[in-house]
Ligand binder design. Structure first.
Ligand code: GLV
Length: 323
């Protein structure tokens, strides 16, 4: 008998066709609306596999309803939406989509850095508002990128890919990571710094570490106050790493110069969020990996993980090991 999988969002036809050749596929019918919690809680009961997005909270409550779930395949590299410990305790394999999104996410991180530094979005809004009366010397002046110091917090695949972009701009690259990577320092020409030193010395601070409760509000009032007054904070990781209230005050009071945010603690971010009222913040709707090709590669990798595990093979990119 064919195994059954549930997909929490409408996926492109070629992905569904591939999965349907092996499984009985059930899928939430909407492309842009997440599956309601009560539907998920019901659907999870009888399925062998779940393909989900980062918008679904796969917590203890969901997992406790699953009678025969063997694999959870997340279409994202981050998996903080899934209770990994409970899934592991219940003998479920969890997979993610690393590697395929590295370069695309590094591109977006650098784009956000450039947009914030050179006031690209603000400048465009200014022109369209009709306020542009004349060219003037200090109008819309931003910060230099070329030759500046970039501090990367979290040197994983995406951090390393960002270094390559930074080198094209002759940037001096510092990094902080839980474990120091001596080989990478040599290979990439980058320098390790303690967190405090990195914050004090960098013109740009890019957050590229995975979210876990240990790094909740890693960047708060004290950390922001260490940064240079003309520094820019870029977050393309997870919103919860930054204390948004502290960031708002720091930007408003001129303690730091600007920010580029692709992620927020609550997504979608509310339109009356204070950070959205500031001109010196560039905001994006969590699109780090959003190129057509990369999103398709992520969907294929997630479905290949499902196909492999449910047909008796190994997960291609597991985040846990089966108990
Ligand atoms: C996106 O944020 C991802 O984790 O893939």
């Amino acid at each position: 008998m064919k195994k059954t999988i549930y997909i929490t969002r409408k996926l492109p036809g070629e992905i569904v066709d591939k999965l349907s050749s092996q499984f009985h596929v059930k899928m939430w019918s909407e492309e842009n609306v997440p599956v309601p919690r009560d539907v998920l809680l019901k659907e999870i009961e009888e399925v062998d596999g779940l393909i989900c997005l980062l918008t679904e909270k796969i917590d203890e409550e969901v997992l406790s309803k699953a009678k025969q779930l063997q694999v959870i395949s997340n279409i994202a590299v981050g998996y903080n939406n899934i209770d990994i410990q409970t899934a592991t305790d219940r003998g479920m394999i969890v997979t993610n989509t690393p590697g395929v999104l590295t370069e695309t996410t590094a591109d977006l991180t650098f784009a956000l850095l450039m947009a914030a530094a050179r006031r690209v979005v603000e400048g465009s809004d200014y022109l369209r508002s009709g306020e542009w009366g004349a060219w003037s010397l200090m109008q819309m002046t931003g910060q230099d990128i070329y030759g500046a110091t970039l501090g990367i917090i979290g040197l994983g695949r995406i951090g390393e890919a960002l270094v390559k972009r930074a080198h094209g701009f002759d940037m001096n690259v510092l990094y902080h990571n839980r474990t120091r990577k001596l080989e990478k320092e040599e290979q990439l020409g980058i320098h390790y710094r303690e967190m405090r030193d990195l914050l004090q010395q960098s013109d740009f601070v890019c957050l590229l570490l995975p979210y876990s409760p240990e790094v909740h509000h890693l960047i708060g009032k004290d950390e922001l106050s260490l940064m240079k007054k003309d520094a820019i904070l870029i977050n393309t990781a997870r919103g919860g790493i930054v204390d948004e209230e502290a960031l708002y005050h720091s930007l408003k009071d001129g303690e730091i110069w600007g920010a580029g945010l692709d992620v927020f603690e609550q997504e979608p971010v509310s339109l009356d969020h204070p950070l959205l009222s500031l001109p010196n913040v560039v905001t994006l709707p969590h699109i780090g990996s959003a190129s057509v090709k990369t999103r398709m590669k992520m969907a294929h990798l997630a479905s290949d993980n499902m196909l492999s595990v449910l047909t008796g093979g190994e997960a291609l990119t597991p985040v846990n090991t089966k108990k």
